[in-house]
Design a protein around this ligand. Structure first.
Ligand SMILES: Cc1ncc(COP(=O)(O)O)c(C=O)c1O
Length: 384
């Protein structure tokens, strides 16, 4: 591990969070950072962890790996984040942690959730995997709660291929975390080789012309575990912890992080700019839009749109080469069945269920979104 590069990277991350490098902890993926924080909070068998019913399955996985129980809360239809009244109802004597999330880059009620948790002597964790660089009431995302974790996976605010980090300032938690981190494995040579191959393919081979063919190839390779995908098959179909899960960040990721972090200020501006254009379109056509008052704090990693007949819209997008996303097509994305395995009972979450049936996400980091605005017009009849 190159200590000087590691320090430099942590320092640059810390500058976005108004903190110092010693409060930043690097991990192989964002989910691993969450798992480490949960351990530092001594979450274990018999404990409950509250989280939104509109998240990625790797979040409840980290809870289940420790023998604790995920307790879901339905979402607010306007923010796609856990509804605070629902959080209050879900608190029980077993609740140890509340996880709040900056879905698509939007934080909401983080201060109020933290206050509520304090009254009940419960920890809070902010899932900032979509929200690094964004703010809530003027303060950086992740700075209201007892701890926060971030992702630097491909589609995240900036990328290290796969990657993540945690931010903690509480002394006791940091001491606990130091012990937890003594069990971290270093990534294997095969991990870093496959990451380097992926960097090469993404940067040198993936031109606009072959993008769609290469994306199909990448999905196939990652399904068969031949390149670094975001989640292994096992994480999507079971709650058994994969081998070599608890890994540190490699030097290759740190180098990539230092390089790509330079692009973040520009990307943040571009995302907001594009989001405004999408929102103007939706407002003009009386479709579901994002409340403009939320714009100053919203990082707009993706722009949410709601549609009828999603499969049809997706097929049209593929034909017209529009890169639409499907976060979160399930309350525990991307799992489409056997939700009970993750303690989720669909009937209890009507809002999350409805939104996960309708949601699609528009890319916000494209330089020219004329084609996407034109596509919105083509699918106008499907927009909700
Ligand atoms: C809401 C949410 N939380 C956590 C994660 C996990 O991040 P990572 O892929 O870096 O483990 C994701 C992943 O994509 C996510 O969307």
């Amino acid at each position: 591990m190159n200590k000087s590069l590691e320090y430099q990277y942590k320092q640059q991350l810390a500058s976005y969070l108004d903190t110092t490098a010693d409060h930043i902890y690097l991990y192989y993926k964002g989910r691993v950072a969450l798992y480490a924080i949960l351990q530092a909070m001594q979450v274990g068998k018999g404990d409950e962890v509250i989280l939104p019913a509109f998240t990625c399955v790797v979040v409840p996985n980290a809870i289940k790996y420790l023998g604790a129980t995920p307790v879901y809360v339905d979402i607010d239809p306007h923010t796609y984040n856990a509804d605070i009244a629902g959080i209050e109802k879900a608190i029980s004597p077993r609740t140890k942690v509340i996880i709040c999330q900056n879905t698509f880059g939007l934080s909401s009620n983080v201060d109020a959730i933290h206050r509520l948790a304090r009254q009940h002597h419960i920890y809070t964790i902010e899932d900032c995997t979509h929200g690094f660089g964004g703010t809530y009431k003027g303060k950086p995302n992740g700075t209201y709660c007892d701890a926060a974790f971030y992702s630097t996976q491909w589609n995240k605010p900036f990328s290290t291929g796969v990657g993540g980090f945690a931010f903690i300032q509480d002394k006791t938690l940091e001491q606990n975390l130091a012990l937890v981190n003594s069990n971290l494995e270093q990534p294997a040579i095969k991990d870093t080789m496959s990451l380097r191959m992926l960097y090469f393919v993404r940067e040198k081979i993936l031109s606009d012309k072959c993008y769609w063919h290469m994306i199909s190839l990448y999905r196939w390779l990652s399904r068969h575990q031949l390149v670094q995908g975001s989640s292994s098959g096992m994480e999507i179909c079971s709650v058994a912890q994969p081998n070599h899960y608890f890994k540190a960040m490699s030097d290759a990721q740190i180098k990539k992080g230092l390089q790509n972090l330079q692009t973040l200020p520009h990307l943040m501006q571009l995302r907001k700019h594009n989001a405004r254009l999408y929102n103007d379109y939706l407002l003009k056509h009386n479709k579901t839009f994002v409340n403009p008052q939320l714009f100053p704090d919203h990082a707009f990693l993706k722009f949410p749109v709601l549609v009828k007949q999603r499969e049809r819209v997706l097929a049209l997008a593929e034909k017209q080469h529009i890169p639409l996303g499907e976060w979160f097509c399930s309350p525990i994305h991307p799992v489409r069945e056997n939700w009970e395995t993750w303690n989720l009972h669909a009937k209890d979450f009507p809002v999350a269920m409805e939104k996960s049936r309708q949601i699609l996400n528009l890319p916000t980091d494209e330089k020219n979104i004329e084609k996407i605005l034109q596509f919105l017009d083509n699918i106008n009849e499907f927009l909700v």
